[in-house]
Design a protein. Structure first.
Length: 105
């Protein structure tokens, strides 16, 4: 499996610094949103469908997950379930929504 190291540009020192916290996430191909200060990546979990997409923000210079979307495929029932997780009003990371749809092959 591929392995990646990430380096982030530090505008103050005008140098790239090793992003060890990002390396630990074992990400491939993160997508950065500079305007929002967030990044996300998607990890394929099963065959032709199924994934986990996690969204992060920066907190005290370290990545912190803010939401997660998981797609689960049930090929026998021909159903795709999408689960969205995030923080509730009490600050607990929990399931926020669940949707099922028919799998169209």
């Amino acid at each position: 499996s591929p392995s990646y190291q990430y380096f982030l540009y530090d505008g103050q020192s005008k140098r790239f610094k090793h992003g060890e916290d990002l390396d630990a996430l074992n990400m491939s191909g993160p997508s950065f949103n500079k305007a929002l200060g967030t990044f996300e990546y998607t990890h394929k979990t099963a065959g032709y469908c199924g994934y986990i997409k996690q969204k992060f923000s920066w907190r005290e210079g370290k990545p912190e997950m803010i939401s997660e979307e998981e797609e689960i495929c049930d090929l026998e029932k021909e159903i795709i379930t999408t689960i969205t997780r995030g923080f509730d009003a009490n600050g607990k990371f929990t399931e926020l929504s669940r949707q099922e749809r028919e799998l169209k092959q």
